[in-house]
Design a binder for this molecule. Structure first.
Ligand code: UDX
Length: 437
């Protein structure tokens, strides 16, 4: 099948590459000339494990193309995905200007029936708006389908190729047939393609992400209670997570969720609720709790140094919002850097993938180190913000001898507190015993 993907950001590039991998001929369209030039030269523009190999193979086999020209890109395409940004506007609601602009441009360019697919996370009612925009100038029949993406950064290729489910919002039988054909190779194991109306599909995406953000946040609050009551969040997590109604995943307490999706989607759903005069109280609480949780360790760090961080050097392991990505959007690490620098501390950081992005955003506000051990040189304490596997079993003797004060503030609960005590560290983590060293 011939497929077009408008927008070569994260979702667009994964979608385009993976659909080429299942045999379709895919053209990705983007207005960013530099990006398209790089992609055309075989240089991938995002970091995502496993994607590069698929990208290179499909370019080589002539199934994956890139252009800045919308008309040329959609030529002959049966399905046109819109994978465009929906950044939060000033009031927190999703800004549809990019999607509606492309919808406007598409109308007069359609030559035959096509399915136009909203892949971006968009507020309920967007399919209707996109339909209206295209209709203004279209001379042919078309359908607008909502097909939200549930891929996680870092495992996006796997999530795309073996989805738990595919949600498709359409009431058109013609569109359903085409979507069925496109997704058939990805759901061979029997995972469902769930059809529903457009609005329900749009809401499903917000409901899923907001529910997961709530699940994490609930556990973060339980962790905070554990600290006050002397309980252990790891034990509680296992105890509740084994109830199949609750499930084991997304119950890990830490210094809050970040990324490009959860913060934006929770905010956008809360805003949508407001617009229909509904107080979605849980979501407001989730946002407030998560904001506080991100810098939860800062008062403990200050307290450890008797309230004065001036002239102290803090080693920071991890900058990305989670492992296996260079994405730093809403990364808790950045909020911690702000607080530490404001308090007069120097920050020496290391991250396996995200250093360039942080440098681009905050420049020389912190020192960037070549590896995790250089970050410890002359450091007074270690703060861990991201659970990269490389931080999980470090050379603790090296860590111990490098740190001026033998203290670790662990925002991701990487180590066993008793082990840390035995190794001679003071150890602060989330929802577990503090080892005073
Ligand atoms: C998320 C959704 O999972 C995905 O379905 C959607 O399409 C996009 O948003 P992503 O943002 O890539 O994906 O990250 P995810 O792995 O879901 O983690 C989100 C955040 O939650 C991270 O900051 C992570 O550190 C945090 N998290 C996750 C926890 O704090 N505890 C957990 O138990 C799980």
């Amino acid at each position: 099948m011939k497929v077009a993907v408008v927008g070569t950001g994260y979702v667009g590039l994964v979608t385009g590459t993976c659909f080429a991998e299942t045999g379709n001929t895919v053209t990705c369209i983007d207005i960013d000339e530099k990006k398209v030039e790089s992609l055309n030269n075989g240089k991938i523009t995002i970091y995502e494990p496993g994607l590069e190999a698929l990208f290179e193979r499909n370019i080589k086999q002539n199934r994956l193309h890139f252009t800045t020209d919308l008309k040329e890109g959609i030529e002959g395409a049966k399905v046109i995905f819109l994978a465009l940004p929906t950044p939060p506007g000033e009031d927190g609601s999703a800004d549809l200007k990019y999607i509606l602009k492309v919808a406007d441009d598409l109308g007069p360019l359609l030559k035959d029936y096509a399915v136009i697919v909203d892949k971006s996370t968009v507020p309920v009612g967007t399919a209707e708006k996109v339909t209206a925009k295209i209709k203004q100038n279209a001379k042919v029949d078309f359908d607008v389908v909502s097909n939200p993406e549930f891929l996680r950064e870092g495992v996006a290729v796997e999530d795309f190729m073996k989805p738990d489910r595919v949600v498709v919002g359409t009431r058109s039988e013609k569109a359903k047939k085409i979507m069925d054909m496109l997704y058939a190779p990805l759901v061979r194991q029997g995972n469902p393609v769930i059809y529903m109306d457009e609005k329900s599909a749009e809401l499903t995406k917000y409901a899923a992400n907001s529910f997961l953000a709530t699940k994490i946040t609930f556990m973060n609050e339980i962790a905070n209670m554990c600290e006050l009551l002397g309980a252990d969040v790891d034990a509680v997590r296992k105890g509740v997570g084994t109830d199949t109604r609750i499930g084991k995943r997304f119950l890990f307490a830490g210094i809050g969720y970040g990324g490009s999706c959860f913060p934006k989607d929770v905010q956008a759903l809360a805003k949508s609720a407001q617009e229909v005069n509904y107080d979605f109280d849980i979501l407001n609480a989730v946002m407030n709790v998560n904001d506080k949780q991100k810098t939860k360790l800062i008062p403990q760090i200050k307290n450890y140094f008797a309230g004065d961080l001036k002239g102290k050097t803090i080693a920071l392991w991890g900058l990305s919002f989670k492992p296996y990505t260079d994405d730093i959007r809403e990364a808790p690490a950045l909020y911690n850097i702000d607080e530490l620098v404001k308090a007069g501390a120097k920050v020496q950081a290391y991250d396996p993938e995200a250093m360039e992005n942080v440098k681009g955003q905050i420049g020389d506000k912190i020192v960037y180190c070549d590896d995790q051990y250089s970050a410890l040189e002359n450091a007074d304490a270690l703060l861990i913000a991201t659970e990269w596997p490389v931080f999980r079993t470090p050379d603790f003797d090296r860590v111990h001898s490098a740190l001026k004060n033998k203290v670790i503030f662990d925002g991701r609960n990487l180590y066993n507190p008793d082990d840390m005590g035995e190794l001679g560290f003071a150890y602060y983590s989330i929802g577990r015993t503090t080892i005073n060293g």
